[in-house]
Every structure is written in structure tokens, then in C-alpha cells.
Design a protein around this ligand. Structure first.
Ligand code: SF4
Length: 370
């Protein structure tokens, strides 16, 4: 099958300076957006680099060997990331997820984890500090990440069959190495560990039940993600989406399931427990069952722009304020104004439009993290 690839719109420059003229927002205190959603969850992309070329995120045809990654000087330093993170935390963030690209490619990432682990929520609690990785470097890094203060990890794994997995990461990376990384994370005490599988119809749906069988009874939570029209380069088509309802049906046919309630407000996954007590699975259904109503996530790009939705077209530049010498209270106020002006709900709107309706070009997921 010929993959339909759309040339990438480089949206890394599509930026707005945070509103300055609006009503000043206090430097700390809880925030709500225009749909009444609190700011609770911050995803921080620490690099735009990745050593995989998953077709649904960074297809090789677009992100080829001459792809221009961001120059090092453009990336936020660990000091800058920590400073911004502390301002978000003062506005109510309780969970920070480190993402990329592939975050473990960022040199000395443990140093950043140490700094973020020292932050406390508005009520003095440790942050829920986690990281999403493709697992390729996890076996080497798990212990150091745990010692630095990381609490848990989410590993992307799109199949157990080595041929399927190698073709989906498109760099011929063996599945055994990712499984070693998951085992190392478990040994290091990082947990609960979650494993995310993106399901693409016609590509890996036959791996759903084998994956469930493999992770049942291990304490690892397996989640199935509907293939999404993220970014503007993966050639997304609705007929390649396998609805989560079908995923649940397939597993329940082998292992009966019962619904579970969400762990926390704004949780993206719908949870299902194995009736025989062998643990749980989750489904993340951005296409067929949008969850924008509770979405409490902001995303910080590796260059210091805030994006208010995974499917956003432009970000708000905080780095300019940071490097322009703005005091914390000004940056905190800008963060507040940006969030209070938010009304993003792309997946909800997508559901009300005919499939494949062309929309504004969307920023690449590899740039702002999943
Ligand atoms: S589509 Fe945007 S607003 Fe909706 S849940 Fe995803 S990130 Fe949140």
C-alpha cells in the first residue's frame, strides 16, 4: 500500500507573543480556561529529535536524514525549563510529563529530572513526575532516572511481533530491546508502568490480543491509542482508525472486562479491568470518543512555546520573555492569560465535521510531545 504523505508545514515558527495588554493575572493561584477546565497537567518536550521514524508521528519520507532539527541554542536549558515549570506549578500543575521526540536522547536528562523532582505542588505535595519514551534507551537509563526522582514511565510499544514492530518504528529497531527496557524500569522501581500501543487498521490490529496476553498479570497497564490525525505529515485517513470499542470487544472475547472509573480528573484513558483480577487495560479514543471536556493539559515545546492542544496550529512564546529578562511575575501572568483565553477542543469539533475535512495545519506531535 502506498503511504500518502503530505509535505510538512514547518509550524515551529508559527508563534504568538503572550497577550500583554490583558488583565494581569496573579503570579500564583489556580486557573480555569474559557470552558472551565483547570490547568493541572504540563507536558514538556525536551527535544525534537527521535531515533525512531514511526509512520503516524515522524514518517521517514518527511523526517529524512537531512531533516533540520532545532539548533541546541534554541532549546530551553534545564534551568529555563525548571523556572517555567515552577511557574506552571504555582498555577496548579500537579503532573509533569517529559516527552520529545525521544526524551532520553537529551543529554543528562537525569539532571533535569532532579530539578523538577524538587518542585512541590501548591499544597506542598511532590509532583507526579513521569516520562514517555520509545524504550530504546530505557534499559541503560532506568536506574539513574529513578535515583534522580522520576516516579514512573510510559513506554510506546506498537506490537510484540518483531517484524511488525520493526516496520512500525521504521528504523529496524528490535522489540526485544524495548522489552528489556520495560523490565529494567520495573527492576528500578519506576511505576506503575504504562505501555501505549497505537493501533492502525491494516497494520497492527492483529497484535491487540497478543499484547493483552503478554502484559496481563504483570502489573503493567496496557493502553490502546486510536490512530490520530496529529500534525500534518502522517497522511491520516479515518478508514485506518480502529475504534476503541472494537479493541475492547476483541480483548473481552478472550478475557472478560469490566469498566473502571477514572483515576484522576482529565484522565485520557477509559479504564477496563480484567474480571479475573489480572489487572487492567485502557483505551484512548481521541477520534471516536473525544475527551476535550476535561482536558487540563498544556504543552511546552522544546523551544519554550506553550501549546494549548495537541492539534494546535500555533504556540505562545515564553522563551522570548525568559531571554528578554522578564521577571517571574510577568511570565506567570502571561501563562495565566494564555490559559484563561483557551477554548481548544479539536477532537470534539473533528467529531462534528465530515471525516477528512481539511483544517488548519497542525503542529507536529514530535515537536510538542504526545
Ligand atoms: S484535542 Fe486538544 S483539547 Fe481535546 S483532549 Fe486533545 S489536547 Fe485536549
Amino acid at each position: 500500500m502506498v503511504r500518502r504523505i503530505i509535505p510538512v508545514h514547518d509550524l515551529r515558527d508559527a508563534v504568538t507573543l503572550p497577550p500583554s495588554g490583558g488583565a494581569r493575572v496573579p503570579a500564583s493561584g489556580l486557573l480555569q480556561d474559557r470552558l472551565g477546565r483547570p490547568l493541572r497537567d504540563l507536558r514538556i518536550s525536551v527535544t525534537d529529535r527521535c531515533n525512531f521514524r514511526c509512520s503516524y508521528c515522524m514518517p521517514k519520507e518527511v523526517f529524512g536524514k537531512d531533516h533540520a532539527y532545532l539548533p541546541q541554542a534554541d532549546l530551553l536549558s534545564f534551568e529555563e525549563i525548571t523556572r517555567l515549570a515552577s511557574l506552571f506549578v504555582a498555577h496548579g500543575v500537579r503532573k509533569i510529563r517529559l516527552t520529545g521526540g525521544e526524551p532520553l536522547l537529551r543529554k543528562n536528562i537525569e539532571r533535569l529530572v532532579e530539578r523538577l523532582a524538587a518542585l512541590r505542588t501548591v499544597d506542598g505535595e511532590p509532583l507526579d513526575l513521569t516520562l514517555t519514551t520509545n524504550g530504546s534507551l530505557l534499559a541503560r537509563k532506568a536506574r539513574a532516572l529513578k535515583d534522580a526522582g522520576l516516579r514512573r514511565v510510559t513506554v510506546s510499544l506498537d506490537g510484540l511481533d518483531d517484524t511488525v514492530f520493526r516496520s512500525m518504528n521504521d528504523v529496524d529497531f528490535p522489540v526485544a530491546s524495548v522489552l528489556e527496557g520495560i523490565a529494567a524500569a520495573k527492576d528500578a522501581g519506576l511505576g506503575p508502568i504504562k505501555v501505549n500501543m497505537v493501533v492502525k487498521r491494516g497494520v497492527n490490529e492483529h497484535e491487540i490480543v497478543p499484547m493483552a496476553r503478554h502484559f496481563r498479570g504483570t502489573g503493567i497497564v496496557l493502553r490502546f491509542i486510536e490512530y490520530m490525525d496529529v500534525g500534518a505529515s502522517n497522511g491520516w485517513r479515518m478508514d485506518e482508525v480502529l475504534p476503541s470499542a472494537e479493541v475492547v470487544q476483541r480483548i473481552a472475547a478472550q478475557y472478560p472486562l469490566a469498566p473502571l472509573s477514572p483515576c484522576a480528573p482529565g484522565e485520557t484513558a477509559e479504564r477496563w479491568a480484567y474480571e479475573d483480577g489480572a489487572g487492567e487495560i485502557g483505551v484512548i479514543s481521541s477520534v471516536t470518543h473525544a475527551f476535550c471536556r476535561d482536558c487540563n493539559r498544556a504543552r511546552l515545546s522544546t523551544e519554550g512555546k506553550v501549546y494549548l492542544c495537541l492539534f494546535a496550529s500555533r504556540g505562545h512564546d515564553l522563551r522570548a520573555l525568559l531571554r528578554g529578562g522578564a521577571p517571574d511575575e510577568d511570565i506567570a501572568s502571561a501563562i495565566g492569560q494564555v490559559w484563561q483565553g483557551r477554548e481548544d477542543r479539536y477532537s470534539e469539533l473533528r467529531a462534528s465535521q465530515p471525516a477528512d475535512t481539511p483544517g488548519a495545519p497542525r503542529v507536529e506531535m514530535s515537536y510538542i510531545g504526545g
